[in-house]
Design a protein around this ligand. Structure first.
Ligand SMILES: [Zn+2]
Length: 113
């Protein structure tokens, strides 16, 4: 269950983000999750509820946005977007792809009261 560790690091980022501001409560956290990351959104959502318990983000909503992964195709020599590691090149249908990005997690926005 690495989702719990991820959720805890999200909470730490949220606490840093809100430390300098007059914040009553965090209402939502927008998290961008790369399509190629091995994160289960449901598990992450569940872990987030547990990890925020007793913090400024208690009760906050986790809004997960999936972002496309990036890959390079060796056959048509293009940089393309893919939604899974099993995807073929959207240009030429080749499977000779090297994944170059899309497994990252980013806290995009912290909505507060
Ligand atoms: Zn291609």
């Amino acid at each position: 269950m690495h989702e719990l560790a991820l959720a805890q690091s999200v909470v730490r980022i949220v606490e840093q983000e809100t430390a300098q501001r007059q914040v009553n409560a965090v209402t939502a956290v927008v998290l961008e999750v790369g399509a190629l990351s091995c994160v289960d959104p449901h598990a992450l959502d569940f872990s987030f509820s547990a990890a925020t318990d007793g913090t400024i983000a208690a009760g906050a909503k986790l809004k997960i946005r999936r972002t496309a992964g990036a890959a390079h195709c060796f056959d048509c020599d293009e940089d393309v977007k893919v939604m899974s590691r099993a995807d073929a090149c959207p240009n030429c249908g080749s499977h000779k792809l090297m994944v170059t990005g899309g497994d990252e997690l980013n806290v995009k926005a912290v909505e507060v009261n």
